[in-house]
Write a protein that binds this ligand. Structure first.
Ligand code: URA
Length: 428
């Protein structure tokens, strides 16, 4: 394969023969292809796209560029991937809930990206929680506990790491086939047989329109199927933060509330629905209704919370030490009485980042206690002067510096407003 001819093929909108595409990915992973040729090809793909067949071959080759895990367990394996959103803590209650229902969940998660928080950062707000386990330990705990949540190792889909870094600096990230291959190569290498995709739609998401989200979901499902996995997708609302908290320790606390059968209804409903979808797709329950009832029962009985505590302890975490709490709490005061008509997820994400809950540079430390708490949601009534939520920060000055920005994230209507729809559609 001559690299410039390979690039020319895509530049002219033609399909790559399978063998050449696999050779190309080997060259990406082993470093024999230079950045400038990979970058040129990425732009050709961005402009011309890939066929479903090419996307599957690219995904498979990227997956095989590193270690591929397998599980030989008596329980079916399942995992979910969320495209990311503000306040999206669903993975934290979901994995132990699924484990309590009889699934094995080997979950490899990420850190915060842009404005969206990362599951690993959230879990690390629990003192001692170790997300850097060896592959053998990850496999062992997935079997022994029923769920394990870790970070990506260097040996998982290394071709993706190089392609992702180059996409980031060549304006080629928002390409459906490239996003598909990136997400799926990692999820497939992780070894779960059933995959649920939570594709977020809205101002706080990667995909701002339902059409784009649908296109991505279709591509993820089709690629997963071609490569032998069972896949389901939900398109869900990310115009407003999920739940009442944004920020690492705050979101762990809210996740615990969900596991105790409390917590905000949107987080609870989405967690139960996702667990049920995974359990049905994995063949554990005959219907969504039966699986949802089982999920509700696992929350009510304390079985899901017990699984969470078991997982935390197995990964070195100490919940008894308490979660970090911010020194300063400043209310976001409602300027008028009325009903919350909008809570701009992107603006709330920016505020959380400025409070210290996220990183502005890769090496930035995180303030685990920082973020927003007690956020009102669309449709809720508020009186002038009452809090719309609270800013949590290391000191009051840091909170006050973002107070106006936080206030303008809320729109208040003098008329009643309906609560927002959370789950738009299901695709399989
Ligand atoms: N997440 C990924 O892992 N890859 C992408 O390309 C986009 C989101």
């Amino acid at each position: 394969m001559v690299p410039q001819w390979f690039i020319e093929t895509k530049r002219e909108g033609q399909a790559h023969p399978e063998g050449e595409l696999r050779e190309w990915v080997r060259g990406v992973a082993d470093g024999s292809l230079p950045d400038y040729q990979i970058a040129a090809w990425l732009m050709a793909v961005y402009l011309r796209g890939l066929t479903a067949e090419e996307t599957a071959v690219l995904t498979d080759a990227m997956m095989r560029s590193g270690e591929c895990l397998t599980f030989n367990l008596p329980r079916p394996t399942a995992d979910k991937h969320s495209t990311g959103g503000i306040g999206d803590k669903i993975s934290i209650p979901l994995a132990p809930l699924c484990a309590a229902m009889g699934l094995a969940v080997p979950m490899i998660s990420g850190r915060g990206l842009g404005l969206t928080g990362g599951t690993l950062d959230k879990l690390e707000s629990i003192r001692g929680f170790n997300v850097r386990l060896s592959t053998a330990e990850f496999q062992r705990l997935t079997g022994a506990v029923g769920c394990c949540m870790v970070g990506q190792t260097d040996s998982l889909a290394p071709a993706d790491r190089r392609l992702y870094a180059l996409r980031d600096v060549t304006a080629t990230v928002p390409s459906i086939p490239l996003i598909t291959a990136s997400i799926m190569s990692k999820k497939l290498a992780e070894g779960a047989q059933t995959l649920l995709f939570d594709v977020k739609v809205g101002t706080g998401a990667f995909m701002e329109t339902r059409d784009r989200a649908r296109e991505l979901a279709q591509s993820l499902i089709a690629t997963g199927r071609r490569l032998g996995r069972t896949c389901v997708a939900l398109l869900t609302n990310m115009d407003q933060p999920l739940g009442r908290t944004v920020g690492n320790a705050l979101e762990v606390r809210e996740s615990l509330e969900i596991l105790q059968g409390r917590g905000p209804e949107d987080v609870r409903a989405l967690t139960v629905r996702e667990a049920a979808e995974m359990a049905v797709a994995a063949g554990l329950y005959p219907s969504l209704e039966a699986a949802q009832a089982a999920a509700e029962a696992a929350l009510a009985s304390g079985a899901a919370e017990a699984k969470f505590r078991e997982m935390v302890a197995a990964q070195g975490g100490d919940l008894a030490a308490g979660l970090p709490e911010a020194a300063a709490r400043v209310p976001i005061v409602a300027p008028a009485s009325g009903w919350v008509a909008q809570v701009d997820a992107r603006a709330i994400g920016r505020v959380a980042l400025k409070l210290g809950a996220g990183r502005q540079a890769v090496s930035d430390p995180i303030d685990y206690a920082a973020g927003l708490d007690g956020l009102l949601q669309q449709g809720e009534r508020v009186e002038a002067g009452a809090p719309l939520g609270w800013l949590c920060a290391a000191d009051e000055a840091r909170a006050r510096a973002v107070l106006t920005e936080a206030q303008t994230a809320f729109r208040i209507s003098p008329e009643p407003v309906a609560a927002r729809e959370i789950i738009y559609e299901r695709m399989a």
